[in-house]
Design a protein around this ligand. Sequence first.
Ligand code: EZ4
Ligand code: CO
Length: 402
Amino acid sequence: MRITDVEVLVTSPGRNFVTLRVHTDEGVYGLGDATLNGRELAVAAYLRDHVAPCLIGRNPFQIEDIWQFLYRGAYWRRGPVTMTAIGAVDMALWDIKGKALNVPVYELLGGASRTGVLVYGHANGHSAGEAVEAVGRYLDLGYKAVRVQAGVPGLSGTYGVGRGELFYEPAEAGLPAEDVWSTEKYLATVPSLFARVRAEYGDEVHLLHDAHHRLTPIQAGRLGRELEPYHLFWLEDVAPAEQQEAFRLIRQHTTTPLAVGEIFSTIHDATLLLREYLIDYLRMTVVHGGGITHLRTAAAYAAVHQVRTGCHGATDLSPVTMAAALHLDLSIPNFGIQEYMRHTAETDEVFPHAYTFSDGYLHPGDAPGLGVDYRDDLAGRYPYQRAYLPVSRLEDGTMDNW
Ligand code: EZ4
Ligand code: CO
C-alpha cells in the first residue's frame, strides 16, 4: 500500500478545525486532527508545504518509521506546531491501518482494558449559584465526574466560564479579547464554591477544577490546601509548568491531586514532574502531543511513575482527536479520566463518528479505524474565521503571570 495524496482541510462549523486526509492507492483513506487553537493556519501550512510532499509514495503501515522520520528528520524537534502536525499524520495512519485490517484502532493498541472510558463534563456559571445548578444538569445526564468553574465577582469575564450550557468555546472571532484577572479575588471564591457543591450533591461525584496556569507556586499550594476538605479528583494547571521544579513547592503544601500537561508537546515537558512524583494525572493528548504513537510513550512513562492519564478533550480538539484519544484510553493500563466537552451539532454533522456516551462513559465504538468521517459537502459551508483565545491582564494592566 502507498500514500497517493494528502489533503489539508479547513472548516469552521462553530469553531475552526484543520483536518488531514491521507489517501492510498488501495482506496482506503485516514483522517487526522491538526487543530491548534488560535494558530490553526500555521499547522495547515506546515502540513501542506513541508510534510505532505514527503509522505507521497510511502507505505502508510510504517507508522513508527514515519513518526521518527518526521520528528528526527525536521531537525527542529518539539514545539506545538510541529507536534500537532506530526500528531495529525500519525492519527491518519492508525486510521488507515485499522480500516485496512478491518479492526477498531484500540484492537491494534492491545485491545480493550476496560468496558468504557470515564469522562468529565464542564459545569460553568457566572455565579457560584449558577455553577452549582449546572453540576446538577450534568448529574442528570449521567456524568460521574464534573469540572466546576464559576465567574469571579468583580471581574467582567472569567476564562473557563462559557456562555452555553453544554457547549463551551474559549476562542472568540476577531482579534484577542483582553480580560481582567485578579488572583486574590479568584482565590477568595474557589473553596466556598466547592463547599456548596459538596453540600448540595454529596461525596460521590468526582469534582475537578482548572486554574489555567494563573497562580504562582505558593498561591497554588494555598489553593490546593484549602480545597483538601472537598476531595477533588484533580486540580488542573495550578501554575505554569515550563519550570517543572516549581511543582516541588506546590506538592509540599497539598495532598489535592494535581493534573498538568494539556499544552505539553512531548514527554520531555513532563519528565521531571514524573520522575519526582510531582503530579497525579498527565493531560497530554494525541493532537498536540505527537499522535497516538507518542502518547503511548508518554502514557507508559507516566505508568512507571504511578501517574494516570487525563487527556485534554475541549471543543477545540476535533471529533477525530476525541476518537483517537478514546481508542488509546480504552487500551492503556493507566487510563485515569477523559475530558469530554460536547461539540456543537454542526461540528458533529461535519464529523460523523462511532463513539457514544452512556451513563458517564464514552466508548469509541467498533467501526474499523478511528470511526470518524468527514462530510465535505457540509464542511464547505463553513469557511475559516480568524479567532483567538483571550488574553488576561491584572487590574493594573500587567500581563497576568509568567
Ligand atoms: O483552555 O482547550 O481543560 N481544558 C482547558 C481548555 C483549554 C482550551 C485551549 O484551547 O483548559 O478550555
Ligand atoms: Co485545562
